[in-house]
Design a protein around this ligand. Sequence first.
Ligand SMILES: [Zn+2]
Length: 109
Amino acid sequence: MTIRLQTCAGCGARQYPERDLCRVCLADELRLVDDHGRGRLIAETKLHRSLDPAFASELPLRIGTVALEAGVRLIAFLAPGAAPGDTVVLRAARRGEQTIFIAEKEQRE
Ligand SMILES: [Zn+2]
């Protein structure tokens, strides 16, 4: 599943999470657009506690901040092998009622 980012029809800015207005120009004409999800992992940490029972059996979880090429920073779950400084690609997945992002290290050929 690719990721989708809210995009402004007026200035083209992308944003996450979704908002009622564009974060740059305050326009209200926003639509969801597919994004390749490529970016750089800039920090990581381990999550040892969660209030969501869907994650309880997977603790501790590695999460990190990803700076997308689209100009958005967001928190994602980290696949094994992804480390700060790596180029990663996000994919969306369903976990219970939620859509989550998983960052995987980009495979170079
Ligand atoms: Zn805008």
